[in-house]
Design a binder for this molecule. Structure first.
Ligand code: ACM
Length: 510
């Protein structure tokens, strides 16, 4: 019998095993990390995860990160991975520590044969290092699979301070569990902000104790006339805490003075004619406005901002301000000026859609560029920072192509490459790197009714927006990115995430 015949049964078994489990990268530098780290250096050999691996942490402030990582490693391996506080460095295991001399979101990871150290500038840095480590492993190991992490070093830090997504829970309501799943999507790619669009013409989705009809009436329906829903204040606190454990800041938005039909239908006195309109379940925009010259409007805004701000640990409050087409210009400016003062009084920094730059912006405010360059530049000239969300590139509710359902197309089609291949710092003349707080990819939900549809619009574009926010522009290219994204198809499948199989990506799935 010749050698190849004798080896045949073994080769068949090996081929079968390889086909059953996602291929581990053979060296660290060729691992398909998203977002791409600053530097990755490979070394020969590998760390082997086993049931005796312990995740150590050198200060109590890292206990949550250690617990998170051990939990995820447990999901990957099916083993029970324990955690332990440990001030001095160990010779084996996984060791989390902080180093105050590093930038707060930066981390360094050294993977040796017996020991992995993750050193973060803060707990957030360690959390991001943990996410990188998890991407060097399969989502779920196959039966009997050896869990090897290639040796090497990663040095990494984000390009932008704000790396976010927005979820519109007003047009269609999404439950707490759905929002948490969405938060997990962001966390896996090192994003750190979730903007919740909590009110619009079709629904008011956050309990305001001093104005209960906002949710009783204004939260009762959604687009299409189906039953709506809302977050109680306890629900919202639960979301905020879940996000915080993943180093994600919640940015609440109450959109005003337009996009307010749900509030106007709930309280007649907020209307200039004193009459409450019907609830609205269509998808037109620009027809509603709070009455800007009634004092009760400002009492209302003060109560709403006060209650939501008190539940929100993050620094920002988003006041919307977009598409107020039936508010006179002077009334709009007067309203936004007064609302900014209210937000500031409640201890928050103002963010608004780019139209708010027509008002006199308060110090420390941020203009979210979505449509109008002139507005945005006007904001810059007033000293505001810019959050980049150009609809033609970053709106995740835009269709991929003409055949996509659900989705809209008013800002054009956004295939995966078109969504990825732009640089916030050069996208608009006059908006430079120094002016930019970060990037946010919004998901409006006029046409998106459930998680399956949501995931299909979000994936696989979201990892690209995460990479734009994290990776230095000189370190990323579409050609390289699409090959890395190809390796994430199996990861998305293993996480039961519904995604668009874009023909632009050379998917590598088992
Ligand atoms: C927006 O898309 N109306 C901000």
């Amino acid at each position: 019998m010749n050698l190849s015949k004798r080896l045949f049964p073994y080769l068949t078994i090996l081929t079968f095993l390889a086909a059953c489990s996602p291929q581990p990268a053979t060296d660290l530098a060729s691992t398909a990390f998203i977002p791409k780290p600053n530097t990755v250096v490979s070394d020969d050999g590998a760390f082997k995860l086993s049931s005796s691996t312990v995740v150590y942490y050198n200060t109590n402030e890292l206990e949550a990160e250690a617990t998170y990582l051990a939990g995820k490693l447990g999901e990957v391996s099916g083993m029970d991975i324990s955690t332990r506080p440990q001030e001095t460095l160990m010779s084996e295991g996984i060791y989390l520590e902080t180093d105050e001399d590093m930038e707060s979101e930066a981390y360094a990871m050294v993977i040796g044969k017996k020991l992995i150290t993750i050193t973060g500038g803060s707990p957030a840095g360690c959390f991001y290092g943990a996410q990188t480590l998890l991407q060097a492993l399969p989502v779920k190991a196959g039966e009997g699979e050896r869990l090897l992490i290639p040796k090497g070093e990663v040095l990494d830090k984000p390009e932008y301070a704000y790396r976010g997504a927005m979820l519109d829970v007003a047009r269609h309501f999404f439950e707490v569990a759905d929002v948490k799943r969405f938060i997990d999507f962001l966390a896996a790619y090192k994003m750190n902000a979730l903007h919740l669009h909590l009110s619009d013409d079709q629904g008011w989705r956050i309990e305001i104790k001093s104005w209960p009809k906002l949710t009783e009436t204004g939260g009762s329906k959604e687009v299409g006339g189906t039953d709506g829903g809302f977050f109680t204040q306890e629900d919202y606190k639960d979301i905020v805490a879940y996000a915080a454990e993943r180093h994600i800041t919640i940015v609440p938005e109450i959109d005003m003075p337009g996009h307010t039909n749900a509030a106007l239908a709930s309280y007649a006195e907020l209307n200039c004619d004193g009459k409450a309109p019907e609830l609205y379940t269509g998808i037109e925009v620009g027809f509603s406005t709070l009455c800007t010259d009634k004092e009760v409007t400002y009492e209302f805004v003060d109560d709403v901002v006060g209650e939501v701000a008190a539940l929100t640990p993050g620094p920002w409050f988003h006041i919307g301000g977009d598409e107020s087409h039936v508010t006179e210009h002077d009334d709009y400016v007067y309203f936004v000026n007064r609302v900014q003062d209210i937000v500031t009084r409640h201890g928050k920094k103002v963010i608004g859609w780019d139209e708010i730059a027509n008002a006199k912006l308060v110090d420390g405010s941020t203009v979210q560029f979505w449509a109008d360059i002139e507005n945005t530049v006007m904001g810059l000239q007033q000293g505001a920072q810019v959050l980049m969300s150009p609809a033609a590139r970053a709106y995740m509710d835009m269709k991929y192509d003409s055949t996509t359902t659900p989705g809209l197309d008013w800002a054009g089609y956004i295939e995966v490459g078109h969504g990825y291949d732009w640089d916030p710092a050069t996208y608009v003349d006059g908006i430079d790197r120094d002016n930019i707080l970060g990037i946010e990819a919004p998901l409006w939900t006029e046409t998106i009714t459930n998680m399956e549809e949501l995931e299909y619009m979000v994936f696989p574009r979201l990892p690209g927006y995460a990479e734009i926010g994290w990776t230095a522009p000189g370190n990323r290219s579409w050609k390289d990115y699409k090959n890395r994204l190809a390796m994430h198809g199996q990861r998305l499948k293993d996480k039961n995430i519904n995604f668009y199989k874009s023909p632009e990506i050379p998917w590598k799935e088992n």
